[in-house]
Design a protein around this ligand. Structure first.
Ligand SMILES: [Zn+2]
Length: 51
């Protein structure tokens, strides 16, 4: 399953933690982190698949 890249520097994510209120994506190498709603994550994945 493809994972969303860091929106700031486009690195691959280190880990994704799925919580009830959203999905937290952590980037080990660049130190960025962001939280996506389930819908936003799916939208991002679909957009990436259609690239
Ligand atoms: Zn980053």
């Amino acid at each position: 399953m493809p994972l969303p890249h860091c929106p700031a520097c486009r690195r691959r994510p280190h880990q994704i933690v799925i919580k009830a209120d959203g999905t937290r994506v952590d980037f080990d190498r660049c130190g960025h982190a962001f939280t996506l709603t389930r819908e936003a994550l799916l939208t991002r994945l679909v957009a990436q698949l259609s690239d």
